[in-house]
Ligand binder design. Structure first.
Ligand code: PBG
Length: 319
């Protein structure tokens, strides 16, 4: 990503941010709005709130209604017809292949990428008695929990963060699993009883990171938005997304990857599993941060060499 010199671009007079209207999406949009406002005090920075198909269909697991694209499509339409200049997403919700005509302009700094154990009655996953009902609609979380704690019962849980917490409080579940990042950002970290280690639950690709998407015919915005990019987050998420893309990942596949940076090195661990967790492949790869995309592909190849295709094709049969 090129770093702009202060004089290399015209500061825009106005920037419109497209965002979903859930409280978490709005927190993210407000965060980006205030960053932009601080960078460009004379620019008018507005938020255009929108409801997406993903927000409307709440009774069906996402894997069944068509996956992640549902949360970004309406925002992309706003970028396409010029109602908005940029869209703020959770990177986790951004499809591995963007539709033609769009690009990511920046990756914002990652919050805690781990999953969180949330319960009113228990301190950790390990404390849950036989047969306890754990709420999650994520195939990634389900497969890993079933692999490691097969005595637990997984039940579907959809809706935005507040809805999921309400369903827990109503007593339908012994515990639920949520991304720590969302809870922390909304000031709900008191709800986290325990952060789940990546050894027990490898996070989703991009979890905890923000993505700034633009219309590809607005390259003028790249320099404007470049200061929002967090280079460590960007290369780690790039490696994770390359792994997922190479395995045709979406939220219809139980798959996850988590990369960390240390100096020039990236280390990435990823997995692919069957939904019941009975088959699970986990691999780690290390490489230079300048080759994040290649590293993610190499990790995918390691998984394929171990038989990931058998797991993936068996999943196809379930659709
Ligand atoms: N699948 C929905 C979603 N997309 C992003 C987050 C919040 C965390 C993040 O920024 O990755 C969540 C909620 C969750 O998984 O608990």
């Amino acid at each position: 990503m090129n770093t702009p010199s202060p004089t290399s671009f015209q500061t825009p007079s106005k920037l419109v941010i497209a965002s979903r209207e859930s409280p978490l999406a709005m927190w993210q949009a407000l965060h980006i709005q205030s960053r932009l406002q601080a960078l460009y005090p004379s620019t008018i920075v507005e938020i255009l709130g929108m409801t997406t198909t993903g927000d409307q269909i709440l009774d069906t697991p996402l894997a069944k209604v068509g996956g992640k694209g549902l949360f970004v499509k309406e925002l992309e339409t706003a970028l396409e017809d010029g109602r908005a200049d940029l869209a703020v997403h959770s990177m986790k919700d951004v499809p591995m292949n963007l539709p033609e005509g769009f690009m990511m302009a920046a990756t914002g700094e990652r919050e805690d990428p781990r999953d969180a154990f949330v319960s009113n009655d228990f301190n950790s996953l390990e404390d849950l008695p036989e047969g306890s009902i754990v709420g999650t609609s994520s195939l990634r979380r389900q497969s890993q929990l079933q692999a490691r704690l097969p005595h637990l019962k997984i039940e579907s849980l959809r809706g935005n963060l507040q809805t999921r917490l309400r369903k827990l409080d109503e007593g339908q579940y012994a515990a639920i699993i949520l991304a720590a990042a969302g809870l922390i950002r909304l000031g709900l970290s008191a709800r986290i009883r325990n952060v789940i280690s990546p050894e027990l639950s490898i996070p989703a690709v991009g979890q905890g990171a923000l993505g700034i998407e633009i219309n590809a015919n607005r390259p003028d915005l790249l320099a404007v938005l470049a200061p929002l990019n967090h280079p460590d987050t960007q290369v780690c998420v790039e490696a994770e997304r390359a792994m997922s893309r190479a395995l045709a990942g979406s939220c219809t596949v139980p798959l996850g990857a988590y990369a960390t940076c240390k100096g020039e090195e990236i280390s990435i661990t990823g997995f692919v599993a069957s939904v019941d967790g009975k088959q699970m492949l986990i691999e780690t790869a290390n490489g230079n941060r300048n080759q994040a995309d290649a590293l993610g592909k190499a990790l995918a190849n390691q998984l394929l060499a171990k038989g990931a295709n058998d797991i993936l094709s068996a999943l196809d049969g379930h659709k």
